[in-house]
Design a protein around this ligand. Structure first.
Ligand code: CUA
Length: 155
């Protein structure tokens, strides 16, 4: 009889460990929900309804679309003007490039996509807590590649 209790206790402990490990792997305060894409004319970004004015658009109670144009060697928005979203929001990034291939990585998380001329990389991220995140270009894109970075401020 006591053996059964011990066994149940041990099982509970194992389940607890697995839950802790998989939670930890997701990354602190962030969750990448999906990652897909579409097409865009890199020479006509100025005529695009959203990429002509890249920035943060509210789409629902806790939902945002962020349109990002990457170019040598900055993100618009992100580099000179940090992206600001509230905590507990679901943010879909639409990322494209004006020139060459760039990376788009939210530092310290598994949220990572590419900025490709002619394509729109789409990734949805849930931001659970107020925190600052760095943005990093992880694709070699020219002389100042190492300095290409930005910031997301979750408030
Ligand atoms: Cu942009 Cu490396």
């Amino acid at each position: 009889k006591y053996e059964k209790i011990w066994l149940a206790g041990a099982l509970l402990l194992i389940v607890g460990f697995i839950a802790t490990v998989s939670y930890g792997a997701v990354g602190a305060g962030i969750e990448m929900i999906d990652n897909e894409g579409g097409q865009v004319d890199p020479k006509a970004l100025d005529q695009h309804p959203k990429f002509s004015e890249p920035g943060t658009y509210k789409t629902g109670p806790n939902q945002y679309d962020v349109y990002v144009v990457a170019q040598q060697f900055a993100y618009l928005p992100g580099t000179s003007d940090p992206i600001r979203v509230p905590a507990n929001s679901e943010v879909t990034f639409h990322v494209t490039s004006r020139d060459v291939i760039h990376g788009y990585e939210i530092v310290g998380t598994n949220a990572n996509t590419m900025a490709i001329p002619g394509q729109v990389s789409q990734m949805t991220v849930k931001f659970d807590e107020a925190k600052e995140y760095g943005l990093l270009c992880n694709e070699y894109c020219g002389a100042a590649h190492h300095a290409m970075e930005g910031k997301i401020v979750v408030v």
